[in-house]
Design a protein around this ligand. Sequence first.
Ligand code: SF4
Ligand code: SF4
Length: 289
Amino acid sequence: MKIAVTGGKGGTGKSTVATSLAVEFARKKKTMLVDADAECPNDYLLISIKLKKYSLVLQPIPKFDFSKCNKCGKCAPICKQNAIVFVKDKFPAFVKDVCIGCKACIVACPNNAISETTKKIGTIYTGKNYNVDLVSSELKLGELASGEVVSEVRKKAEEISQKLKSEIIIIDSAAGIGCPVIASLVGTDYIVAVTEPTPSALHDLKRVLYLAQHFNIKHGIVINKFDLAKNFCLKIESFAKKNKIPIIGRITYKKDFVDSTIKMKPVVEINPEYKGIFQEIIKKMKFCN
Ligand code: SF4
Ligand code: SF4
């Protein structure tokens, strides 16, 4: 079973929920956690895992052979990333950092002066703690293609999970609803949408649930920091009721979360009350929708 943990707005506690769910699932089932927040991976810190490099994420980029180039300039306007700068009577200049590897320039060159090479855009790591097998992604600083890195970490996680015979795969997505988030949600069986009682979180929750409905993936809402604004929670609950979306968890906020981060220990291992809350979420995930 593949479960994506997402929510839209950053800072709602997606990684805390993903890591705690993974630790609770791992008490009974072979569990893998995939950190698909390639721009800001932090699951390894929350469950204190020493990462080992597994593989590199490479992206195709063009390689220019100026001995074949007649300075026609056709490669520059075709590049929607403006990664090729052309000045009349000069060879084209290539700005590697903004190239997304679409290969349009290779197709456009009439003289076969452009071939293909690769650049590193990210790294995949693995590790293990609390019986949870972690596969983590990391986008190289300055690179743009986090969606590609997420697709790659999903691919590698699939390979590794087959070898390890993982029964549960939890995918911790990035914030937002963009390309990296879509790459995290595709092919999952259930979406845990983590939110908090604030207007911006509710706004983003609606957008993320729109995606869940679009992809026809079962889903439920977890309200994190539930007790900090109980009145606003009524708005989330009425939205959920109106749209027939189950609320599968309400997590109260205590100093234990600060201790969890400082000690790099999951909150379910710090306070048994949270163990109960996350076990309850797991139960509701199975039976709702
Ligand atoms: S591969 Fe695509 S993005 Fe990269 S330089 Fe060529 S046209 Fe531009
Ligand atoms: S399209 Fe090919 S031949 Fe023309 S400027 Fe670009 S690299 Fe040179």
